[in-house]
Design a protein around this ligand. Structure first.
Ligand SMILES: O=c1ccn([C@H]2C[C@H](O)[C@@H](COP(=O)(O)OP(=O)(O)OP(=O)(O)O)O2)c(=O)[nH]1
Length: 153
């Protein structure tokens, strides 16, 4: 059994109470699926279009953790529907509506249905850094090499 933290969830007023809260589909799933709250309707995502899709939820993530919102591979592979900001970052101090930013990179319009599982939420520990101004950085073999400096293949 993986470690478990408690995420408090509020449903937006008027949101469909029949929609399941984020849930893991299998015992080993890393992500809990998030559903679209579309007031019973659907949202047509045209090719190239970006929309903020509401989940109808607000969450309280324990301090020291973040929620990463990631695409569902099935939507990406079959329809080109993914998240332009993946992984979306939900901060532990955020109390606003949880939204999923979706983009249709496929050739066909895609109709997101009310209650459809559109993305998955992965909870991860956060390491914070102290950024400290320095005079110099430690020398390394790589040095300034990057962006393909080690070649191809
Ligand atoms: O896919 C996402 C990404 C973000 N958020 C919410 C939660 C997050 O805590 C907040 C801010 O996100 P982020 O820090 O990525 O946005 P920003 O553009 O840096 O805005 P801000 O200046 O508000 O931090 O927006 C979502 O609901 N969905």
């Amino acid at each position: 059994m993986a470690a478990e933290v408690t995420i408090l969830v509020l449903r937006e007023p008027g949101a469909d109470p029949a929609l399941p809260l984020p849930e893991y589909q299998t015992r080993g799933s890393a992500g809990a699926d998030l559903r679209a709250e579309l007031g019973g309707g659907e949202l047509l995502l045209e090719p190239g279009q970006i929309r903020l899709v509401p989940t109808g939820l607000r969450v309280q993530i324990p301090e020291g953790y973040e929620m990463q919102i990631r695409p569902r591979s099935s939507l990406a592979l079959k329809h080109g529907v993914t998240l332009p900001n993946t992984p979306g970052t939900i901060d532990s101090d955020y109390r606003g509506p949880l939204g999923v930013i979706m983009i249709n990179l496929g050739p066909q319009p895609y109709a997101i249905r009310h209650g459809e599982r559109i993305a998955q939420a992965v909870i991860a520990p956060v390491t914070r850094a102290a950024y400290v101004m320095a005079e110099a950085l430690e020398q390394t073999a790589r040095g300034e090499g990057g962006f393909g400096s080690t070649g191809r293949g």
